[in-house]
Design a protein around this ligand. Structure first.
Ligand code: DUC
Ligand code: ZN
Ligand code: ZN
Length: 480
């Protein structure tokens, strides 16, 4: 047989083109794009369907230690299965370094959790919480060479927040190695100050989570992160951007020629702070950071999507059950301060953007593909193997019924969480079949693939992470 599988009569969309042809798949890769292909064991006739590159979700938390008594609702098995049902073929979860832990120790644990359990391909970003001399001088550069080519730093959270000096040290390693730094931009001291005041006034319900992290908290940290990156002359990705003022900081930096990238997420397009106002602890279901804001912020994020301010649209899937080991942890009932931050969304990310973005005419299909797949591959060192439909690329494919109307409910989802913050949202367009490196994983809404099909991906250095002002780098001048 010439091919293992032929996908016939589909309308194919990439980040740049829309065309109709057959796809011939051999040994997990796209071997041929052409008309009237023949000679395959399996033929999928997908007339009337859209054939898109599988989604790449570059911001996902799975099986991440989250504090005493708190358990993340998805491990690698349930999280990657849910992702496959949502039209994704690659995830980039985080590997969290605990204080005092070496990065290699942390990675060993995460690899053991993932090994043999994944339904889609995965790679790891590192979270640097303890930038010791050993980490900065030895481990991190070596691991970047090994294919862990991006890492996240936090400007807030007990046990995670880095000082400005530490941020600079970490960024300098990225500058030298070509890794991409992802930044969680919120001002830790401002949050602690506001949280203490709210608690003193007895304002401890989940909705005050939003009050404790208003827009200036995010705007200031975004500005500071950009300034620090400018000093070191290193590109950065500001993750989970929630509002227009943070977007303005990114735009201003870019207009000065800096390589500052942006990511936003579904919660900033379709949720608001009002969702955190639910009675009793219901609001905890929407507690994430930065928090969902108001309609004006939603509009600003849409504008950022439409105008290309954001390179990537990710889920920030960070699921906790509405139960004692999650959102209803005993301590969380005493104050929003202790409610675990994060919401599920790996399965709903793509349908929400497709429906609210493409179907409603805010973005075209090419931009949808770029924001949900191609740009993730380019940004995080997976291109050209991932993120597109082209001869030689992995046959990571999502087949969409663009007309299917679905109401998102907990019942139809496959994650390990016991609720969805997107309950009741009606969408048009749904991924019905997902293929990972040529293997059918979900077919017509049913799981048909095997656990363990998903592989670990060592990633390359992204050209997008190369410095913008090589000759003017203060570090370069010092060294020279
Ligand atoms: N940051 C994330 O990236 N995810 C969940 C919680 C948070 O603060
Ligand atoms: Zn974050
Ligand atoms: Zn996150």
């Amino acid at each position: 047989m010439t091919f293992d599988t032929i996908i016939r009569h589909g309308t194919i969309a990439t980040a740049s083109d829309i065309f109709s042809c057959d796809i011939g798949i051999k040994d997990g890769r796209i071997a041929c794009l052409g008309d009237d292909l023949a000679g395959a064991e399996e033929v999928l006739d997908v007339k009337g369907m859209l054939v898109l590159p599988g989604g790449i979700d570059s911001h996902v938390h799975l099986a991440q230690p989250s504090g005493e008594g708190i358990v993340m609702a998805d491990d690698f098995e349930s999280g990657t299965r849910s992702a496959a049902f949502g039209g994704n073929t690659t995830l980039l979860p985080f590997c969290l370094q605990q204080k005092g832990q070496s990065l290699r120790e942390a990675l060993k644990i995460y690899h053991a959790k993932a090994e043999g359990n994944c339904y889609v391909d995965i790679g790891f970003h590192l979270i640097i919480s303890d930038p010791t001399e050993q980490v900065l001088g030895q481990e991190l550069p070596a691991l970047i060479m090994d294919g862990y080519t991006s890492f996240k730093v936090f400007m807030t959270y007990e046990g995670l927040a880095l000082s400005d000096r530490e941020m600079l040290e970490v960024m300098a390693v990225a500058r030298e190695t070509g890794a991409l730094v992802m930044v969680h931009a919120e001002n830790y001291d401002a949050i602690r100050f506001l949280t203490d005041r709210l608690e003193r006034q007895g304002l401890t319900a989940p909705r005050f989570h939003g009050t404790s992290r208003p827009i200036p908290v995010e705007r200031e940290a975004t500005h500071r992160a950009i300034s620090l990156a400018e000093l070191v002359d290193v590109p950065i990705m500001i993750v989970h951007v929630s509002n227009g003022e943070a977007i303005e900081e990114i735009q201003r930096a870019r207009s000065r020629g800096l390589k500052v990238y942006g990511e936003t997420c579904p919660q900033y397009l379709v949720l608001t702070e009002k969702d955190m106002q639910g009675l009793n602890m219901e609001g905890a279901k929407y507690v994430c950071s930065p928090p969902p804001r108001d309609l004006e912020s939603q509009a600003a994020c849409w504008k950022g999507i439409e105008q290309g301010i954001f390179q990537v649209f990710s889920s920030d899937h960070c699921p906790f059950r509405y139960a004692e080991d999650g959102k209803l942890a005993p301590k969380g009932r005493t104050s929003f301060r202790w409610v675990p931050n994060g919401i599920p969304g790996v399965e709903t990310r793509l349908p929400i953007l497709f429906s609210e973005g493409v179907v409603k005419g805010r973005i075209d299909l090419n931009r949808f593909v770029a924001l949900t797949s191609t740009n993730h591959a380019k940004t995080y060192g997976l291109a050209p193997r991932k993120g597109t439909i082209a001869v030689g690329a992995d046959a990571d494919i999502a087949i969409w019924d663009p007309a299917r109307e679905v109401t998102i409910t907990q019942e139809i989802l496959h994650h390990g969480c016991d609720y969805t913050p997107y309950e009741g949202i009606r969408v048009t367009g749904w991924p019905v079949t997902t293929m990972v490196r040529g293997e059918l994983m979900v077919h017509n809404g049913r799981l048909v693939g095997r656990k363990g099909t998903g592989r670990y991906l060592a990633r390359g250095i992204s050209p997008l992470a190369s410095p913008s002002r090589d000759a003017f780098s203060p570090l370069r001048r010092e060294a020279g």
